[in-house]
Structure formats: structure tokens, C-alpha cells
Write a protein that binds this ligand. Structure first.
Ligand SMILES: *Cc1c(COP(=O)(O)O)cnc(C)c1O
Length: 367
């Protein structure tokens, strides 16, 4: 069971905890959950996930295709902008089309009119700590924002998608915003059969009032007579994987620095984008602080500063936790670094290498 580092280690037992919470929400509220593939598309564990979730939602033709091929169940096709050929191809395997704008709805209505059709609506409010991920930011391209215009085309759609949360772990604000959505959009909701509340709701977090959350969804669904959908990405897979690395070198320069055989830029890019630290379970209170750095050429390629119980040695293994979401889907070949393999610890305790990458993968990624 010794795999060569670096590798992502997905633990199905940890994943199952999230899946059971998703199922609980469905059982209480009737809300269906679709996995947002942009966050996590490691299909080796889809057999497990698809027992607990109702399908997938996508950002593109390729994601929708992967959802249909590897996850099954409902396939929601969404994209910020479809091309005509995207729509033609996706029509063969998608159950629903959600258009991001009224112009796209009008452009492709003729092709998809036999499918369930929805429109993304931008409610003008949001919950997000990051401007980059805030759908209600200035000049946002995300969703139709003029309710008068939306009402004019409401006969063409059976549903709407409101995705306006990012890492929202605060039930109170969720609840208040859902009430506001219900008030602001009551006339539209009256005409709809289904509403997707998007992703960004951190309801699998420990101590989150998940029962209240589910009851709130049920209240919304009953009041407006709509089937509610959720599109969990991060919350579906949170805390279910680690990035396992090896210390390659120890350097002293203002601090003790440990260089490891992976890279933030290439393997956990969101830490750089959102300027956050990696997490490590077995560190924090020790006496030996180290700046743990990635091995790319970027000086700022740093996983974080961690305090260890003892001095690190070359060859030590370190594990960054919470490494499932927005990692494997974003990994890249920057610096030609060894791409971490993907290892899955199955429910029965067996650990298997499901994918490894070679020089040829690097070479064939370009020409
Ligand atoms: C990003 C996104 C999701 C998933 O978001 P998470 O924060 O990972 O839960 C769901 N739906 C849409 C439309 C998105 O853009």
C-alpha cells in the first residue's frame, strides 16, 4: 500500500458521510441534489455518489457528456454560453437545458424545445467572500437580471436556476435570502415547476443545522409548488481527500522551509487564487514551524506555515487535507511537474491506484 507521491487520496468512507447528509436533506425536503462536476469530476467514485445523488450539472459540453457517461441519472446542461454545436450534441443526452441569458434561450429554443428548459436568473444579491466568485458583482455575466424581461419569456421555461451562494455555512443568511427570493420572484415562481438553488451551500459542514436547512427547503418547495434542486460541488466532497506529498529538501532562509514534491500552482491552485492556506490535520500546536513550499519556480508557491511536533527530515510524508474540490479538476502541467496520481480507499478498506500520469501525458497535452 505504498504509493509513489505525490497522489490525491480519496477516502470513500469520508465521502459517504457527506453522501448520507445529502440523502437526509432529500428525505426531509424532497430536494434533489446534482453534483456540480466543475468542482469534482473524479469518476472513479461516481458509482458510490450516484447512489445518493440525483445526477450531475455541468458548465460545458464535456462535463455534461461525462455526467451522462459516468454518473447517469439526471443530466442538467448549463453553460455560461453554449455554441450551436454544443447544444446540438448535448441534446442527445441532456434532460434539462439551463440557459444563462434570454438571448441564448431564444437562439436555441427551437433545438431543445422538447426538453425541460430553464433560465438562470441573477437575483442581484449573493453570499460570497470573494469578488472573483460573486455572481452579483458589478458587470456580472451570470444570469438574466431584468425581471420584466424574464416574465415576458416565462412561457418558454419550466424552471429557473438561482446560484448566488459561495461557501455559505451560515444557515440564518441562507434562510433570510431564500425568503427574499420567494418574495422578489413570487410571480415567476408561480409559473414554474422546478427551481434550482445552485451550489455554494455548506450544509455538510459539522454542526450545520442540517434539519432546519432541509425543513426550510421543504417550506419553500411547498409554498411555491416547485421541485427544488441543489447543485452541491464543494459540500458534496468536502474533507474526503488528501494530497499526499514527500519532503524533498529543507532550506533555511528567514525561516525553516520544507520543499515538497507537489505544487500549489499546479495541484491546489485555488489556494493561490483565493489566497488561503492548505490544511493539515496533524499540525498546528507543535514546536517546529515550517513554511511548506511547492516545488514550482514561483517563490510564492507556498502551501502554508505549519507547526510540527518534531523536526522534519527529507523523505517525510505530509498530507494536506480537504483536497478533493477544485483540485483534480484544475491540475495542470506547469513546470512539467509530476502530476499527482489518484488513489481511492474503497469502502471495504482496500486502497487502489486508479490513475497515474507519465511523461507521455505531459508530452501529449501539447504538440
Ligand atoms: C460553481 C457552481 C456550483 C457548485 O458550487 P460549489 O460552491 O462548489 O457548491 C453549482 N452551480 C453553479 C451554477 C455553479 O456555478
Amino acid at each position: 500500500m505504498n504509493f509513489q507521491t505525490p497522489y490525491y487520496l480519496i477516502d470513500e468512507t469520508k465521502l459517504l458521510r457527506n453522501m448520507e447528509k445529502i440523502k437526509l436533506v432529500r428525505d426531509i425536503s424532497g430536494a434533489k441534489s446534482l453534483l456540480a462536476l466543475k468542482c469534482f469530476a473524479t469518476w472513479s467514485v461516481f458509482d458510490l455518489m450516484s447512489e445518493y445523488m440525483d445526477g450531475t450539472t455541468s458548465s460545458s459540453l464535456f462535463e455534461a457528456k461525462l455526467g451522462a457517461e459516468k454518473f447517469g441519472k439526471e443530466v442538467h446542461a448549463y453553460s455560461v454560453a453554449f455554441s450551436a454545436s454544443d447544444v446540438e450534441e448535448m441534446n442527445a443526452f441532456s434532460d434539462k437545458f439551463i440557459f444563462n441569458s434570454i438571448s441564448q434561450l431564444n437562439a436555441f429554443y427551437g433545438i431543445v424545445k422538447d426538453k425541460k428548459i430553464g433560465l438562470r436568473v441573477n437575483p442581484g444579491f449573493s453570499y460570497s467572500h470573494f469578488d472573483l466568485a460573486d455572481p452579483a458583482r458589478k458587470c456580472s455575466k451570470l444570469g438574466a437580471s431584468d425581471i420584466k424581461e424574464v416574465m415576458k419569456i416565462s412561457g418558454m421555461i419550466s424552471g429557473a436556476m438561482f446560484h448566488y451562494n459561495c461557501e455559505n455555512d451560515d444557515f440564518k443568511t441562507f434562510s433570510n435570502m431564500l425568503d427574499r427570493l420567494g418574495r422578489d420572484y413570487a410571480p415567476l415562481l408561480k409559473k414554474l415547476e422546478w427551481v434550482s438553488l445552485g451550489g455554494g451551500l455548506y450544509f455538510t459542514k459539522e454542526n450545520y443545522p442540517i434539519q432546519d436547512f432541509a425543513r426550510k427547503l421543504k417550506e419553500f418547495s411547498d409554498k411555491h409548488k416547485v421541485q427544488v434542486y441543489l447543485e452541491p460541488g464543494e459540500t458534496a466532497i468536502t474533507n474526503s481527500a488528501e494530497l499526499v506529498v514527500t519532503v524533498l529538501d529543507l532550506i533555511k532562509h528567514d525561516a525553516d522551509i520544507a520543499v515538497v514534491d507537489a505544487s500549489v500552482e499546479a495541484h491546489m491552485l485555488d489556494l493561490l487564487i483565493y489566497r488561503t492556506q492548505a490544511k493539515m490535520e496533524l499540525s498546528g500546536k507543535g514546536k517546529f514551524p515550517y513554511v511548506v513550499s511547492g516545488k514550482s519556480c514561483l517563490a510564492g508557491d507556498i502551501f502554508g506555515t505549519f507547526k510540527f511536533d518534531k523536526k522534519l527530515k527529507v523523505g517525510d510524508t505530509l498530507k494536506f487535507s480537504d483536497a478533493a474540490g477544485y483540485t483534480m479538476v484544475k491540475k495542470n502541467w506547469f513546470n512539467g511537474l509530476q502530476m499527482p496520481s489518484i488513489v481511492v480507499k474503497r469502502l471495504n478498506g482496500k486502497t487502489e491506484l486508479v490513475r497515474s500520469f507519465t511523461y507521455n501525458d505531459f508530452k501529449n497535452n501539447l504538440s
